[in-house]
Design a protein around this ligand. Structure first.
Ligand SMILES: Nc1nc2c(ncn2[C@@H]2O[C@H](COP(=O)(O)OP(=O)(O)OP(=O)(O)O)[C@@H](O)[C@H]2O)c(=O)[nH]1
Ligand SMILES: [Mg+2]
Length: 410
């Protein structure tokens, strides 16, 4: 388990390498953006931790089912009888080889349980969630909603402020129940049904704007799945990708890599995060490569490219080692010796980029990083073959990175 959570084989080495890059960047006037980018990549990979997601809402509104839908596994108890979840406690869940900390709460507004909100607030105060996910049943977005909204405002206010109030993502659950009779399963492309879903979202948006004075994302979903003995036998999930994207977007950088892995319908997120590593490493490589000696040399590109490749592989949901890296490069046709560390492997790959000698220019450094990153994304994220990844490398090495390869895009 501990080994699984380590970002790379030789994490200490990598951190020292990134420190060296930062030292260099700090001596270069005008490299502030590159320093920020480097910090972001570092937070994403080296600083990575499990996301903390808290799900709240009325009894029986589908909170536990929603957790199972996002994670794609039967990890939380659900039930037709209201009040299935009885206690609020953070739990560590392991799904798809990564960890997430989840707070599944008992329904608020439980008649006869006036102390329940205080319990939930105490748990939220003790450990701050990264995001509050608040569920409203599709058939309950209007009548009686004021009480839910008052609870949302009060509970959110109980979460310690960290720079800003904790972000909220609002979910309209069980949208299948809005369907005209007899058409309840996805894809919900019936126009009348879609109009009802849109109307429920708009109604809730208006209430939220009034109660919160801001406009959190509101995502309609169907979350229902059936598992028999741990095996999924029915899947009515609809729009869960959107929800995964909204929750992911609300997370701090340090929680984004694990979240992209644990959200089962998160393929688009995984690709975007992988490209963020590639774009960020490319733009920092440019600055490093453009710096005249004696400060910069090829070795400084290695921690950057190692961070990038490790980030791409992790985003794809796999784990990574020097051995896996050399096997991958060998598969692409790069000659790497057996038993090399990850940095040596990356160094070997770099020699393969046209124009790389003892020193490199900014453009060559950026191109080498970009081409390696693009090949890794094609292979690990898109599932391309070695031949296709090699072709992507060659094309990227020929064309160089696009103008806007810089990382901080959404
Ligand atoms: N048709 C349909 N049923 C759903 C959906 N989501 C949840 N349910 C059902 O609604 C019931 C309650 O779901 P839970 O996930 O247990 O709700 P909860 O909010 O966790 O409930 P408590 O823990 O009791 O507060 C269960 O029977 C679920 O199968 C959905 O999207 N569609
Ligand atoms: Mg529950």
């Amino acid at each position: 388990m501990a080994a699984e959570r380590k970002p790379v084989d030789d994490a200490d080495d990598l951190v020292r390498g990134l420190d060296d890059v930062e030292e260099l960047l700090k001596r270069i006037p005008g490299a502030k953006r590159a320093v920020d980018e480097l910090h972001d990549l570092r937070s994403l990979l080296v600083g990575r931790r499990a996301p903390r997601v808290a799900v709240l809402g009325r009894r029986g509104s589908g909170k536990s089912t929603l957790g199972n839908a996002l994670l794609g596994a039967e990890v939380l108890a659900t039930g037709a009888v209201e009040d299935t979840t009885r206690t609020a406690a953070w739990v560590d869940l392991t799904v798809h080889g990564d960890a997430v900390r989840w707070l599944d709460t008992p329904g608020l507004r439980a008649g006869g349980r006036p102390g329940r909100r205080a319990e939930v607030e105490a748990v939220l105060r003790a450990e701050r969630p990264d995001v509050l996910v608040w569920t409203f049943k599709a058939t309950q977005v209007d009548a009686g909603v004021d009480e839910d909204l008052a609870e949302l405002v009060a509970v959110r206010a109980s979460v310690p402020v960290a720079g800003a109030a904790v972000p909220v993502v609002v979910v309209v659950t069980k949208v299948d129940e809005l369907a005209p009779a007899g058409r309840r399963s996805p894809p919900f492309d019936d126009a009348a049904h879609r109009a009802r879903i849109d109307a429920a979202v708009e109604t809730l948006r208006a209430h939220l704007a009034r109660a919160l004075g801001e406009a959190p994302p509101v995502v309609p979903v169907c979350a229902w799945q059936r598992f028999d003995g741990g095996v999924r036998t029915a899947d009515w999930r609809w729009n869960v990708e959107r929800l995964a994207a909204e929750v992911h977007g609300a997370l701090p950088l340090v929680a984004q890599l694990s979240a992209a892995r644990v959200f089962e319908r998160g393929k688009a997120l995984r690709r975007r995060l992988a490209m963020r590593f590639v774009g960020g490493a490319t733009s920092v490589s440019f600055v490093v490569g453009a710096t005249p000696l004696p400060f910069a040399d090829l070795a400084l590109l290695l921690p950057l490219q190692t961070t990038m490749l490790t980030g791409v592989v992790y985003a794809s949901g796999r784990s990574w080692s020097a051995r896996a890296a050399s096997e991958w490069l060998a598969g692409l046709g790069v000659n790497v010796g057996a038993g090399m560390g990850l940095r040596e492997v990356v160094r070997a790959a770099l020699r393969w980029v046209p124009g790389v000698g003892a020193t490199v220019s900014g453009a060559v450094a950026a191109t080498g990083t970009w081409a390696l990153g693009v090949a890794a994304v094609r292979f690990f994220i898109d599932g391309a073959t070695f031949g296709e990844a090699r072709a992507a490398f060659d094309a990227a090495a020929k064309d160089g990175p696009p103008e806007d390869a810089g990382g901080s895009e959404g």
